[in-house]
Design a protein around this ligand. Structure first.
Ligand SMILES: C[S@@+](CC[C@H](N)C(=O)[O-])C[C@H]1O[C@@H](n2cnc3c(N)ncnc32)[C@H](O)[C@@H]1O
Length: 263
């Protein structure tokens, strides 16, 4: 199989995986993180230094928890969320409507041809060609966003490709914030994490979702496609971000990375 076919297969696998788990995603997210993911999101968004008028791009937005967290943090900001999975987006849209944030959060399907985002200026018209391959592109104009967030989505993307694009679409001094699972380094946490992540998590998937396959893939994809914390920091710096730092959460089982576009 050619490299491009492999990437296409993986992209479709990931899309299908999230279609399948969408209706259970929020519930399982709560269970497998013991509810900590809400705190982690809040912490990550606190690093964005949001001010009224800021425009945020939330990539791999899924059911919109990150977008909602940002919109709640500051009433004067707007968020565009992108994702390629209809089922995840539908649930996100319902949640946004229910809590009355539809005027400030717009969820869009990635990989669509040019479309205009309702309520946003023409310069924010978007055509997203978003995939794991190296031709990743966010068809937004350069210097558009104040903040870009990516929650638990990096491993599904071409990380260097997306960092370059994020750097382009951010305004000078704009912030990139990523939140993702990570591997702890301390001996005890490392051992506990291995047991939990590779044995208990797939089991929880089977109990609560009825199928352990997706929750087998998620830990595997961490090994295969997500660099370690220092590696991720280096990739951000390579894409031009400055003052890059990361914060370990809960003994290092999750990490927030923060970087600034040069002013
Ligand atoms: C683990 S979920 C994270 C959702 C959300 N950001 C959160 O923090 O809960 C990953 C999301 O990335 C999306 N995704 C994966 N690869 C993508 C791609 N190439 N383009 C757009 N969305 C993608 C999936 O559809 C899924 O909704």
């Amino acid at each position: 199989m050619m490299d491009s076919e492999l990437k296409d297969t993986r992209k479709h696998y990931v899309q299908k995986l999230f279609s399948n788990i969408a209706h259970n995603y929020d519930r399982l997210n709560g269970i497998i993180s013991f509810g900590f993911h809400h705190q982690w999101r809040k912490f990550a968004i606190s690093k964005a230094q949001l001010i009224p008028g800021n425009l945020i791009l939330d990539l791999c937005s899924g059911t919109a928890d990150f977008a909602i967290c940002a919109a709640k943090e500051n009433e004067g900001i707007r968020v565009i969320g992108l994702d390629f999975c209809d089922e995840m987006l539908e649930i996100g849209k319902e949640k946004i409507k229910k809590i009355g944030l539809s005027d400030r959060i717009e969820l869009k399907k990635a990989s669509l041809p040019a479309t205009s985002i309702q309520g946003f200026r023409e310069s924010h018209s978007v055509r997203v060609c978003d995939s794991i391959d190296s031709k990743i592109c966010l068809l937004f104009k350069e210097n558009t966003f104040d903040v870009v967030t990516i929650g638990f989505g990096l491993r599904h993307l071409n990380i260097s490709g997306i960092f370059n694009e994020v750097e382009r679409v951010l305004k000078p001094e704009g912030r990139l914030i990523t939140l993702d699972a990570a591997k702890p380094t301390g001996l005890v946490m490392k051992g506990l994490h291995r047991i939990y992540f590779y044995r208990i998590l797939p089991l929880l998937g089977r109990i609560f979702h009825g199928d352990k396959e997706p929750y087998n893939y998620l830990p595997k994809s961490l090994d295969l496609y997500l660099p370690d914390k220092e590696g991720l920091k280096k990739l951000m710096e390579k894409a031009g971000f400055v003052e890059v730092q990361y914060f370990n959460l809960l003994g290092g089982v999750a990490t927030v990375h923060l970087g600034f576009k040069n002013g």
